[in-house]
Design a protein around this ligand. Sequence first.
Ligand code: EPU
Length: 347
Amino acid sequence: MKSRKAYSLQDNNSFFIDTVCSEIYFPASLDDLSALPDLSTRPFYILGDGSNTLFIDEQAPIIIKPNFTGITVTENDSAFILEVGASENWHDLVTYCVDQGMPGLENLVLIPGSVGAAPVQNIGAYGVELADYCQSVTWYDFNTQRLVVLDKQACQFSYRDSAFKQALYNKGLIISIKLYLPKYWQATLNYQGLDTLPENVTSKQVMDTVIAMRQAKLPEPKVLPNAGSFFKNPLVSPSVLQQLQGQYNNVPYYQQSSAQVKLAAAWLIEQAGLKGYRQSGVGVHDNQALVLINYQQATGRQVLALAKHVQACVKEKFNTLLQPEVKMVTVQGEKIFDDLDDLCLKQ
Ligand code: EPU
């Protein structure tokens, strides 16, 4: 198996953080997977395209960077069924499907990252999420050293969450995903910006509209290093929404169930006066307040300091804790804390 020592990850994370791992492994086959070192006692991190990861320290843990490629397409009377290797690029997959006349994923175009990362956080945009089309995930179990096919139910998808972040966390590796794209297709146009498209719109037109909307708001990581939305949109009770509506006109929200509404984190950050705010080479994006940008080759700690500031200001103003969506990785591995102040770092 291909592996390297003392490997710089600067070109492997979209914040462009300069960090070095002691070892990196690039498994590309089942044999490679069984040849991985025993990681049960050493911190490690599974890295896809690095577009949703913030490396905090100058050193990174051991990295596993899977290299499973390939797309196979089969079809039956009602659907196209695709088996896609985890290391394929998500955006390229979407454009391939639309160009080949297999609609469904068009609202998810331009989401950065690898196919294998898509189920982990159940990627979503413009009213569609991966769970709508993912039939199963093939996963390598570190413990048994076997492949397991997890059906949709076993994946436990919810908003930016799945079993891969919960019970299966760090217990194995996603190898491929199976997508089920029904031939009877109807565009999903309920999101603002798509709702004015005509009913007979094609999937290519939807895709082009989403591309234009994303490009207008979301910065290109190669130009302005970032990891997309830094925080999740918070789920709150209807009474919290009502309070806000008493103070502000046009509070954006998405009804989830009678018990919960989703607020727009970007709106909360903007109302807290932080849109365009900058400190120590990092800042809140001028066009989308949910995106943090590494403007001047700042360190991971400087990005984290800004994220803590944003979280604290929103908490103070709205009594709502924004939970990070980006994965935060120290030399000791990924650190999962909702309140960033609890993310104690060794000096
Ligand atoms: N808004 C503001 N200020 C801003 C930006 C937005 O007030 O600076 C308001 C908008 O007016 C709108 C609302 O916030 O009413 C929602 O904004 P937007 O449509 O841009 O979507 P979002 O909720 O901020 C989510 C996803 C994005 C995805 C978009 C489009 C999360 C955490 N983020 O953002 O996903 O592209 O919807 O569907 O759910 C990502 O995960 O990295 C990502 C970019």
